[in-house]
Write a protein that binds this ligand. Structure first.
Ligand code: ATP
Ligand code: MG
Length: 427
């Protein structure tokens, strides 16, 4: 039997994993400057955490959930997205309490699971970096979150991006707009896709988000939510736009954008790219918005939230397509070359001492001749080689060679074992 990884999953091998580390480290650095702290929640949650939050008409809940009953007959779901679990943790740990500083700002990074048709930048196990900020209604926080997403992508060298925003308003807006959409779509009921027929009365906004061509022809002439904003919703949207302008962050407004999850209100946004590497047209790599009802939906007191999720696979496909260079810190400090099998214990000891002093060190484990060992040192990009044979061991010395200059010196073995830092850096 030949084993293969499950459809829609990937092995991230050395050579690529460094790119992932670079992305994660850069994100951590940026999140830190905005004072977001890391939160780690379980990879699986009770089914209801997602069905309640994403909404039972969303694609995620109706088609894409990896859910199962465990041996205790609990209905479990592998998380399809990060926000619901973070909100569940926020409520369960009573982080809404007065002793916790607001806004409460967290980030996460890790795998997500959706049963989708795999293609470029679309997997069944994929990874997101995301942020959430709870406990402030201020449009300044919406803009901080958007600005952080934009900065992050810029930091990765991506400049050819488009920020698209919209507002879903408050409850009043949603109720008024919902009715207007139903009135508009109802006469076309028979022409809609089956999904949209099903959703028209449950959640007509979903029809705008449909990818089915028969639905899309109705999107262009649909009533605009911007004509249904309550005074509060209008004020929040105006301030969001003004603050984005103040930060000189260019944006477009797309009044038909509704996002794939049901929990959003007020500001929603997507950062998109036109790169062919992810298919025709614009593809979203970072998306988010405000979700003022979600904490309450999951059993907490009314607390507002705003956040985004960014797809790491899509980011990496894009960075590769744009030929963005990743820093190459793939260098070895020292390759310890042993001449003859008697040197084995000594080279092992030297490598161990170097590693203990914080240097990367490697040696041979396949009884290679010195010449082949030097070749390995080259392939590994070693800064130094350290050679020991029978006579060096007798004299208690090693031959140290700086590979860049070819300069060779003899160093006391005791110094390498006890003062590696001094030997290699002169400090
Ligand atoms: P799409 O419309 O492309 O299906 P979505 O609306 O389902 O996206 P979100 O739930 O907002 O996506 O997730 C945020 C980001 O996570 C997306 O912009 C994308 O970069 C990434 N993402 C979502 N689903 C996948 C997937 N199956 N594989 C890889 N990345 C994904
Ligand atoms: Mg999707």
């Amino acid at each position: 039997m030949r084993y293969q990884r499950p459809k829609g999953t990937a092995d991230i091998l050395p050579g690529d994993s460094e790119k992932w580390q670079f992305v994660e480290e850069t994100a951590r650095d940026i999140f830190k400057t905005y004072q977001f702290k890391e939160i780690r929640t379980p990879l699986f949650e009770n089914f209801e955490v997602f069905s309640r939050s994403a909404g039972d008409t969303s694609d995620i809940v109706t088609k894409e959930m990896y859910d199962f009953h465990d041996k205790g007959d609990r209905h479990i779901t592998l998380r399809p997205e990060g926000t619901a679990g973070v909100v569940r943790a926020f409520v369960e740990n009573k982080l809404y309490g007065p002793q916790v500083l607001k806004p409460y700002k967290v980030y996460y990074m890790g795998p997500m699971y959706r049963y989708e048709r795999p293609q470029s930048g679309r997997l069944r196990e994929f990874h997101q970096l995301g942020v959430e900020a709870f406990g402030s209604e201020s449009a300044a926080l919406d803009v901080e979150v958007i600005a952080m997403g934009v900065s992050l992508l810029k930091k990765f060298g991506l400049n050819d991006l488009k920020l698209v925003i919209n507002t879903l308003g408050d409850q009043q807006t949603r109720d008024d707009y919902r009715q207007a959409l139903i009135d508009y779509l109802e006469p076309h009921f028979e022409e809609l896709s089956d999904d949209s027929k099903e959703r028209l009365h449950k959640n007509p906004l979903r029809v705008l988000d449909s990818k089915a061509p028969e639905d899309q022809k109705f999107v262009a002439d649909a009533p605009s939510i911007l004509d249904y904003l309550s005074d509060d919703a209008q004020a929040h949207f105006d301030e969001t736009k003004a603050l984005l302008t103040a930060l000189e962050i260019p944006f477009e407004i797309d009044a038909t954008m509704v996002r794939g999850l049901d929990y959003y209100n007020h500001t929603i946004f997507e950062i998109m790219t036109n790169s062919k590497s992810l298919g025709q047209g614009y593809t979203t790599i970072c998306a988010g918005g405000r979700y003022n009802g979600l904490v309450k939906e999951l059993g907490g007191p009314e607390t507002s939230g705003v956040g985004f999720g960014l797809g790491v696979e899509r980011l990496l496909v894009l960075m590769d397509a744009e030929n963005i260079a990743f820093p190459n810190n793939d260098q070895l400090d020292v390759y310890v070359v042993g001449i003859g099998s008697e040197a084995s214990a000594t080279t092992l000891k030297l490598a161990q001492a170097l590693r203990g002093a914080g240097f990367s060190a490697e040696r041979d484990y396949l009884d290679r001749k010195p010449k082949a060992q030097f070749k390995s040192a080259d392939r590994l990009n070693a800064r130094y080689t350290m050679t020991v044979g029978e006579s060096e061991i007798e004299q208690g010395v090693v031959n140290l060679k700086a590979m860049a200059t070819g300069e060779e010196t003899q160093v006391a073995m005791a110094d390498v074992l006890n003062h590696a830092q001094q030997v290699l850096t002169g400090k």
